[in-house]
Write a protein that binds this ligand. Structure first.
Ligand SMILES: CC(C)(COP(=O)(O)OP(=O)(O)OC[C@H]1O[C@@H](n2cnc3c(N)ncnc32)[C@H](O)[C@@H]1OP(=O)(O)O)[C@@H](O)C(=O)NCCC(=O)NCCS
Length: 170
């Protein structure tokens, strides 16, 4: 396997992160957005927010390397939510999934969170059918806190529950 490195993301990673999200969204059942909803504006927004007031990391394969994974979460900019990182999203290139890269990204993110003692809560959503991702988040210490009934509306009109999961600093 090529060497994998994890580093913070920067705004000049935006084109490569966009391309990663497009590749990841091409496989149904993972990311909430479909390919046509992965726009430059969407990527610019979350990269800027995580650089400014959150955590954004990328996984790089090879040397000089290309971006094959990304994770981010950020503060909402609302005083009562200042202890919390939200909108957590992770994407690993389908060609590189199942090789431990998602776990590396998440472990690094949580290690960074643990250092930032002002952060007491990290939130994410996972659709109920993404059972592998849910088991993965549970193994990292995320606890299912709630079920949002019918929050996901599929193209064929069927609905699915979304699960709220959180990591909490005891
Ligand atoms: C979910 C995802 C980030 C996991 O990253 P990964 O690099 O494939 O995961 P790892 O190899 O580090 O394995 C970690 C766990 O993820 C799970 N996993 C592996 N491949 C997966 C896949 N294709 N989809 C969902 N979960 C997967 C496994 O249960 C694994 O658990 P284990 O370590 O106990 O075996 C990645 O598969 C992905 O980007 N999927 C599509 C987008 C997505 O679902 N994002 C999350 C939306 S809530």
């Amino acid at each position: 396997m090529e060497p994998i490195t994890i580093r913070s993301s920067f705004t000049n990673d935006i084109p490569a992160i966009e391309s990663l999200y497009l590749r990841t969204a091409a496989v149904e059942g993972g990311l909430a957005r479909t390919g046509d909803e992965i726009t430059r504006e969407y990527i610019e927004e979350f990269v800027s927010l995580s650089v400014k007031d959150g955590i954004g990391l990328v996984a790089i394969a090879g040397v000089p390397g290309r971006i094959i994974g990304e994770i981010h979460c950020y503060r909402k900019g609302v005083a009562v939510f200042r202890h919390m990182l939200s909108d957590l999203t992770i994407a690993v290139d389908p060609e590189y999934q199942g090789q431990g890269i998602g776990r590396m990204l998440f472990t690094e993110l949580l290690s960074e969170v643990r250092k930032r003692t002002e952060i007491r809560r990290v939130e994410l959503f996972a659709r109920e059918s993404n059972s592998r991702a849910i088991a993965f988040y549970s193994s990292l210490g995320f606890v299912q806190e709630g079920r949002l009934r019918g929050r996901i509306l599929h193209r064929d009109g069927t609905m699915e529950d979304d699960l709220v999961m959180a990591w909490y600093r005891e």
